[in-house]
Design a protein around this ligand. Structure first.
Ligand SMILES: O=C(O)CCC(=O)C(=O)O
Ligand SMILES: [Fe+2]
Length: 191
């Protein structure tokens, strides 16, 4: 598991650097802070469920992270496609990793990247395992919208926040009731 954490961090950093480059920010922008930041690993185990059509493994949510890299042992992850408001299953490809953007990159990019809303479904006959690696800045480091992406046409759309702010939010909000961290960061006039 230690080796997996190290290797998955390398993959995550490569993808995060590519995203930062795609925003035309300085390639060194924030990457050192992310490298020295937090890597949270969640190991989720979903036992077989006799009635998977009326239950969920994890309710819809987006991750607080900059980026999440996920391994799933069999199919179960679904993402919300806002083009047609339907859930799309992520196929299980042996050895493949699923990468999705989290809330903190939505904030950094001033909404050019959207955090991915996803959920975990269950199945009748197999135990499913997923390994989720969430990358973010340090506990008290605030993620802010890049000033390069803010101008008169594109006003700042999000308040800054840290990983600790997310944990504080979680302690008083239940995401199974649809309370999203990213919504709490939106500056209302611009979203
Ligand atoms: O098990 C899954 O596929 C999703 C896990 C997840 O969304 C999470 O750990 O944040
Ligand atoms: Fe998640």
């Amino acid at each position: 598991m230690g080796r997996y954490c190290q290797e998955v961090k390398k993959v995550g950093l490569e993808v995060m650097k590519a995203i930062i480059e795609s925003l035309e920010l300085n390639p060194s922008y924030i990457t050192k802070e992310i490298e020295d930041g937090m890597q949270v690993m969640a190991v989720n185990c979903y036992p077989p469920c006799p009635q998977p059509e009326i239950a969920l493994g994890l309710p819809p949510h987006s991750d607080y992270s900059c980026l999440t890299v996920l391994y799933q042992s069999c199919q179960g992850l679904q993402i919300m496609d806002f083009e047609d408001n339907t859930w799309k299953a992520i196929p299980h490809i042996p050895g493949a990793l699923q990468v999705h953007v989290g809330d903190h990159f939505e904030v950094l990019s001033n909404g050019l990247y959207k955090s991915v809303v996803h959920r975990a479904t269950l199945n009748r006959d197999r135990t499913r395992i997923s390994l989720t690696s969430l990358f973010s800045l340090g506990m008290d480091d605030k993620m802010e919208t890049a000033t390069e992406l803010v101008d008169d046409q594109n006003p700042k759309k999000y308040r800054e926040s840290s990983f600790r702010d997310f944990l504080d939010f979680l302690s008083t909000n239940d995401f199974s009731e649809g309370n999203n961290f990213i919504d709490s960061l939106k500056i209302k006039n611009y979203n």
